[in-house]
Write a protein that binds this ligand. Structure first.
Ligand SMILES: *Cc1c(COP(=O)(O)O)cnc(C)c1O
Length: 451
């Protein structure tokens, strides 16, 4: 299987190269050259455990990794989850289910992709006797999950940029209290989008990129999207057949990475009726899916910080399909958007997507309501998924983080203390962070000084 860029101006790559490259040299994002049809495989996959299912799925794409090696990589990636089902599906009532994606080492759904990515990187470094510098920007959970995917790996260094003061104290501790000397937590003076912009520019510098063997770990990496496809299939296989008939996955969304994985699974033939893009008050995607207007606005920090994003980097992959896989159209839209901060789609085709937006006040009241109705506590990101549940569909709400990551909001909304022993253990560890301006120069110098 080969992987092409959404902008069509880079030669296709095999799986391992596309994963190592991250952002394509033409500025685009990698996608499979063609999407396999998996509908006929679903029966055979019904009884597989999570890691086995992941292996069977990834085998269709990672055709340049020997099968037994891939199996080992995948198995290892799901050993640090603290629930035997890895992604348990819980029923709240006849029409409402929660897919719990927070049982990994950093208690957020990003572990699904980043534990795997860490093992893929390690494998590749070993095969090629190379080292690697991983660089990422995070609004909280990506950085923590990436760091925990690469902790203490001899051949990899990891630099994570995050907006200083805008990630939760526990998220910061997950990044800055690891004690690992291959990990650098860089607290940027600016927003997440500022950090992301710095990172994009650094990746465009082909010379610097080659010299440091830079790889991206933000949500544009191909391996992340493919790893995230698996839990949609897993959930579908576990739903009773009647519940599958009108099925909507509800996905708390920031960078559009998680929901895009579901969309690909639908395109591969899994019968999913639709998706809901659930945003917080930073609602660029809500506005896009309701009006066709894709335009940036200022970021307003919210109770759901991992969704405090106005430029959804994975949107370009959806755009590619929306524009009938025409890379020249993708280039035109992205160029105009980059230049003006806006693109207005005429006759926007929202496909099977619906959208909602949730304010901070609503987040708190939803947490309270879900708790009193079901005795179940959701984190502030997941809470956005519970806004406007469809009256005539089965909703599977993806629960993207453990509530204990956001104890203040939970306490305020429900009066309950939400704790997790992995987080308690962090509180006594020394915190090592590096404050840095949001400039390309400062970040480049910092990386250089460490190599
Ligand atoms: C990253 C994150 C999201 C948003 O996911 P995207 O793939 O960026 O849409 C939602 N909730 C939590 C807890 C996250 O960490």
């Amino acid at each position: 299987m080969r992987f092409i860029s959404t902008r069509g101006q880079t030669p296709p790559l095999g799986f391992s190269d596309a994963v190592a490259t991250g952002l394509a040299p033409d500025g685009g994002l990698y996608l499979p050259e063609r999407l396999p049809d998996i509908a006929a495989k679903l029966d055979g996959w019904a009884k597989l455990g999570y890691a086995e299912l992941c292996f069977e799925f990834l085998k269709l794409f990672a055709t340049d990794i020997p099968s037994e090696t891939l199996r080992k990589i995948v198995n290892k990636s799901y050993t640090r989850f603290d629930h035997p089902e890895i992604a348990p599906l819980k029923k709240l009532d006849e029409r409402t289910w929660v897919l719990e994606l927070f049982h990994g080492p950093t208690l957020a759904f990003k572990d699904f992709a980043l534990q795997l990515l860490g093992n893929l990187y390690e494998h590749q470094c070993a095969v090629r006797s190379e080292s690697l510098t991983v660089l990422g920007a995070t609004s909280g959970d990506t950085g923590a999950a990436a760091i925990h995917g690469l902790l203490d790996r001899a051949r990899a260094k990891i630099f994570i940029l995050y907006p200083d003061g805008r990630v939760s104290p526990l998220q910061e501790r997950q990044m800055a209290c690891t004690g690992a000397d291959n990990v650098f937590a860089l607290a940027v003076d600016g927003t997440f989008d500022d950090a992301q912009a710095v990172l994009k520019t650094i990746f465009e510098d082909q010379d610097f990129r080659a010299r440091h063997r830079l790889s991206a770990v933000n949500s544009i990496n191909l391996a992340r999207v493919l790893a995230q496809c698996v839990y949609y299939i897993y959930a579908w296989l576990r739903l009773p057949p009647a519940a599958r008939e009108k099925l909507e996955f509800v996905v708390p969304t920031g960078n559009f990475g998680n929901v895009l994985a579901g969309y690909l699974v639908q395109k591969m033939g899994v019968p999913i009726t639709g998706f809901r893009v659930a945003t917080n008050q930073n609602d660029i995607l809500y506005r896009l899916f309701t009006t066709g207007d894709y335009s940036v606005a200022d970021v307003h920090p919210s109770h759901a910080p991992s969704m405090d994003i106005q430029v959804a980097s994975n949107f370009e992959r959806f755009l590619y399909f929306m524009e009938n896989r025409d890379p020249s159209r993708v280039r035109a839209v992205m160029a105009e958007f980059k230049q003006t901060g806006r693109y207005k789609f005429e006759n926007f085709n929202r496909d099977s997507f619906t959208a909602s937006r949730t304010t901070d006040a609503e987040i708190a009241s939803i947490i309270r309501d879900v708790h009193s109705k079901y005795g179940y506590i959701v984190d502030p990101h997941t809470a956005c998924g519970f806004k406007d549940l469809s009256p005539d569909r089965t909703s599977v709400v993806l629960s993207t983080a453990h509530p204990a990551k956001f104890p203040e909001v939970i306490k305020q909304a429900t009066g309950t203390d939400s704790t997790h022993r992995a987080l308690e253990a962090l509180k006594s560890k020394p915190l090592v962070k590096h404050r840095i301006p949001a400039t390309v120069d400062a970040v480049r110098k910092f990386i250089e000084a460490q190599s």
